[in-house]
Design a protein. Structure first.
Length: 83
């Protein structure tokens, strides 16, 4: 694998990882934005449950996105060292 190819692969993986993180953060914001401003005691527990679920699910998305950023950085580091 040439250095240029490794650098390009690294950049593409980093861009994909960053884009994935942005899209997932936007989706979570949209889901949480559907809660009305009127919080009553009747629906408060369900809102907390949904919020905890969404925040917990973000871990998987962040792990996936940051893994792509890590692999992309590793490719770029390999290309820099191989030069």
């Amino acid at each position: 694998m040439t250095q240029t190819c490794a650098t390009v692969i690294g950049i593409v993986l980093q861009l994909f990882g960053a884009g994935y993180l942005i899209v997932q953060a936007w989706r979570t914001t949209q889901k949480l934005g559907k809660f009305g401003a009127q919080a009553t005691y009747d629906n408060f527990s369900s809102m907390i449950e949904t919020l905890a679920h969404e925040v917990g699910a973000q871990f998987k998305h962040q792990l996936f996105g940051f893994a792509f950023l890590l692999v992309g950085s590793a490719f770029q580091l390999y290309a820099a060292v191989a030069a």
